[in-house]
Design a protein around this ligand. Structure first.
Ligand code: UDP
Length: 397
C-alpha cells in the first residue's frame, strides 16, 4: 500500500497517452495523492470520476511556450511563469514527492524547488532529441534536469535520448506503460460484425484502423496512401485534432474525398470506447513518421487480439516482435505499409498473429507491474536526503 503523499502535475487538460497513463497511476494512489493540472479540460472530469482529488492551477500564457522555436507566445509565457511556479510550489510543499507527468510540468516543478524543497520525479514520455525539440528547449531540459531527483522513462528509447542530452547525473528507470486488459477482455466477448454495423462500418472487405490524434507526425496521410493502393480496403481514423491541427484534418478530409478513396475513409473523432473499436478492425495500424516514445495504441491493438502493423522506431520496437506479434515497417513508407496490409489479407494469418500478440501484451504490459515499479521508485525517492533532493547531482546507480 502506497503511503507517501504524491502531487502529480500535468500541463494538459486534454486526453493523450500521457494523461491516460497518469489516470491509471493516480487512480491507484488516490487515497494519499492528488493531481494538479495546469490547464482545464476533459482530463479533469476523467480523474474526478475515478475518485482522484484533482484541481487546476491555470497556466494561462505558459501554454504559449513551445517545443520548438520561439513563437509569439514565448515572451508572454516566460512572463507568466514565476506566478505559476509560486502557486504550484505552494501545493507541492504539502506533498512528500512531486511527480511531473509532462515537460512543462517538470519545468514548473523544478523551478519552484527552492520554495517547495521536495524531490521531483519526471515521468518522461518524450524523446528529447532534435526531431521533436528545438535547440533552446533541449538546453533548457538539460539545465532543468539537474533539479530532478529521478526520471522514469516510458521506454528505453526515451531513456537513451535523455541520457544523450543530460548525461548520467540523474538516475533513470525504464518503466513501460501497463495497459488494463479489462476493457479488451470485455470487447472480445462482443459480436464483431454487430459492432461494425453499429459504428457505420462495412461488414465485408479489409477494415483497417488507426487510433491517434490527427497530427502529421502520427502519419494518417501515409496510411491513406497505403489504403488507396489496397483494393477494397476501408480506413477508419479514430481520434481528433487536439492541439489546433485543424488544417491537417482538413487536408486529410480533402484527400479522402478524391475518387480513389471516396467512401472508403471513416472519421470517427475522439472516442472513449477504443477497446471495442479496435476489436472490430481486421488490422490496427500505427503509422507515426517520427520515433514514438512508447505507443500505447500498439499494445492496445495487441490486447484486442488484432495483428498490428507499426513503424519501426523508438519505443515501438520494444513492443512488437516483427513477424510474430505484429509487422514492423519503416516510418513514412506507404509502399511498405501497403505490402504489410497485403501480407495480412488472409484471415487465418491475421487470427494467428492476433492471438500471439494478445498473449505477449498480457504478459509484458501488465498494469500491476507498472504500478509496483512506480510505487517502488516513489518510496525510494521519498527517502532521498533533503540536500540531494534539493538539486545536487546524483550518481547513477
Ligand atoms: N485514444 C483514445 N481515443 C481516441 C484516440 C486515441 O482514447 O479517439 C487513446 C489511445 O487508445 C491511446 C492514447 O489515446 O491510449 C494514445 O496514446 P499513444 O501512446 O499511442 O500516443 P500519444 O497520444 O501519447 O502520442
Amino acid at each position: 500500500m502506497a503511503d507517501q503523499r504524491v502531487l502529480f502535475v500535468d500541463q494538459s487538460g486534454q486526453m493523450g497517452g500521457a494523461q491516460l497513463s497518469l489516470l491509471d497511476i493516480a487512480r491507484h494512489r488516490r487515497h494519499d495523492s492528488a493531481v494538479l493540472l495546469l490547464d482545464d479540460g476533459p482530463f479533469r472530469a476523467r480523474l474526478a470520476e475515478q475518485g482522484v482529488p484533482v484541481s487546476v492551477e491555470a497556466g494561462g500564457a505558459v501554454g504559449g511556450l513551445r517545443q520548438r522555436g520561439i513563437g509569439a507566445g514565448t515572451l508572454r509565457g516566460l512572463l507568466a511563469l514565476p506566478s505559476l511556479v509560486r502557486r504550484v510550489a505552494r501545493r507541492a510543499a504539502r506533498a512528500d514527492v512531486v511527480y511531473a507527468n509532462t515537460q512543462k510540468a517538470m519545468a514548473v516543478c523544478v523551478l519552484g524547488k527552492w520554495l517547495h524543497r521536495r524531490p521531483v520525479v519526471w515521468h518522461l514520455r518524450d524523446i528529447v532529441d532534435a526531431s521533436f525539440f528545438g535547440r533552446a528547449q533541449r538546453l533548457a531540459i538539460r539545465w532543468l534536469s539537474r533539479g530532478l531527483t529521478r526520471v522514469i522513462a516510458n521506454s528505453q528509447a526515451s531513456a537513451d535520448a535523455f541520457r544523450a542530452l543530460a548525461g548520467n547525473a540523474v538516475a533513470v528507470d525504464v518503466v513501460h506503460n501497463g495497459i488494463d486488459p479489462a476493457p479488451f477482455d470485455a470487447a472480445l466477448q462482443r459480436d464483431r460484425m454487430a459492432l461494425r454495423v453499429a459504428n457505420g462500418l462495412p461488414a465485408g472487405g479489409l477494415v483497417v484502423g488507426l487510433f491517434s490524434r490527427l497530427t502529421p507526425w502520427k502519419g494518417q496521410h501515409v496510411l491513406m496512401e497505403a489504403v488507396s493502393r489496397t483494393p477494397g480496403a476501408t480506413l477508419v481514423l479514430v481520434g481528433a485534432a487536439l492541439f489546433g491541427e485543424d488544417a491537417y484534418e482538413a487536408a486529410l478530409r480533402a484527400r479522402a474525398a478524391q475518387p480513389d478513396l471516396a467512401g472508403r475513409v471513416h472519421f470517427l473523432g475522439f472516442r472513449a470506447d477504443v477497446a471495442e473499436l479496435m476489436y472490430c478492425m481486421d488490422i490496427v495500424v500505427h503509422a507515426s513518421v517520427c520515433a514514438e516514445p512508447f505507443g500505447r495504441v500498439v499494445v492496445e491493438g495487441m490486447l484486442a487480439a488484432r495483428p498490428v502493423v507499426a513503424t519501426a522506431a523508438g519505443g515501438v520496437t520494444e513492443i512488437v516482435e516483427d513477424g510474430e506479434t505484429g509487422i514492423l515497417v519503416p516510418p513514412g513508407d506507404a509502399g511498405a505499409l501497403a505490402a504489410a496490409l497485403a501480407r495480412l489479407a488472409d484471415a487465418g494469418v491475421r487470427e494467428n498473429m492476433g492471438a500471439h500478440a494478445r498473449e505477449a501484451a498480457m504478459r509484458r504490459f501488465s498494469p500491476l507491474a507498472m504500478l509496483a515499479a512506480v510505487d517502488g521508485i516513489v518510496a525510494q525517492v521519498a527517502r532521498v536526503p533533503p540536500d540531494v533532493a534539493a538539486g545536487q547531482p546524483r550518481r547513477a546507480p
